[in-house]
Write a protein that binds this ligand. Structure first.
Ligand SMILES: Nc1ncnc2c1ncn2[C@@H]1O[C@H](COP(=O)(O)OP(=O)(O)OP(=O)(O)O)[C@@H](O)[C@H]1O
Length: 287
């Protein structure tokens, strides 16, 4: 079923709000020479050296690296929430010049509205788009079910566990049918058991919708468990140092010995990049 939505530029375009399992699909994302330097009165931080990256429509790509290597900065630039100091982002070959409902950013702390219940939160974006009440409720119910929150429609965020709040945030994002989910350490605050379950649920949502997913994490095994590809970042200054294609069969288990081996290879690369960065800080040797 298709409906009309009004975008910020007041143009009207068709989006698919079908409740079938394959609705919409992903977009390609191209990062061309994107860099970011934060300049303030006190100091200048080169958060990201020029990076290039091509993400295919429907690809699941993990950004992996230690704290401060520019992963979140790049994700925010792709989301259109931060401007690049140089370079450009293209979503399906269209230059990104601000946020859009085709690219939704999700954070570690599910940013739900505390005064709305789960149903209200999931319906929020649809209301903004002018979707009629009945259809809004139907679409919200579908996505609440997708994330296994049926029965909690009338619960408020403070009545939910961290994992449930994150599920509600994912349902809210999915409801507006973005072509790309940009996830910034979405499961970083969760216990290992809940994280495992959400990995499986996210993988299942991804394989049925084929949305493009960019997923930021510090956790090597998490990156290998989820990604078609792991893009490794290094700090000082933030930059992309390696791309690893992950060919392990899905669904993947964090304990699988092949996964553990791949994670350990990636960890070795990360460690040597960290050591090289530290050496540069001491000797000023990196160019
Ligand atoms: N708004 C800002 N103003 C100034 N510096 C910033 C700003 N945002 C980020 N930075 C700096 O840019 C660098 C990269 O930060 P960023 O948050 O992108 O890293 P990250 O790899 O996502 O780290 P983490 O995993 O800890 O979130 C850091 O040195 C950080 O201090």
């Amino acid at each position: 079923m298709s409906i009309l939505r009004t975008t910020s530029s007041q143009s009207r375009e068709k989006i698919n709000t079908s409740t079938s399992s394959n609705d919409g699909g992903g977009i390609s994302i191209r990062v061309e020479g994107v860099s970011k330097t934060f300049i303030s009165r006190e100091k200048t931080v080169e958060a990201l050296r020029p990076v290039d990256l091509e993400v295919e429509a429907g690809e699941f790509v993990c950004f992996l690296g230690p704290s401060g290597c520019g992963k979140s900065t790049l994700l925010s630039i792709i989301a259109g929430l931060e401007t690049a100091s140089s370079g450009a982002i293209y979503a399906d070959d269209k230059k990104v010049d601000g946020p859009g409902t085709d690219r939704i950013l999700l954070f570690q702390e599910a940013a739900l509205f505390p005064w709305l219940d789960v149903q209200g939160n999931v319906e929020f974006g649809l209301r903004q788009m002018g979707i009629p009440a009945k259809q809004r409720a139907e679409t919200a119910r579908h996505f609440i079910d997708t994330v296994h929150l049926t029965g909690f429609e009338r619960s408020y965020p403070h009545q939910l566990s961290g994992g449930m709040r994150q599920r509600a945030a994912i349902a809210r994002a999915l409801a507006i049918n973005p072509a790309a989910l940009l996830m910034d350490e979405p499961f970083g605050a969760l216990d290992a058991f809940t994280r495992d379950r959400l990995h499986a649920e996210l993988e299942s949502i991804w394989s049925s919708t084929r949305k493009t997913i960019l997923f930021v994490t510090h956790n090597v095994r998490e990156a290998v468990a989820l990604g078609d590809r792991v893009v490794v970042f290094a700090p000082r200054p933030g930059r992309i140092v390696r791309n690893f294609k992950i060919d392990l069969p899905r669904p993947r288990s964090l304990e699988d010995h092949n996964l553990v081996d791949v994670a350990s290879d990636i960890l070795d690369v990360l460690r040597s990049e960290m050591e090289a960065s530290e050496e540069e800080v001491v000797h000023g040797t990196r160019h």
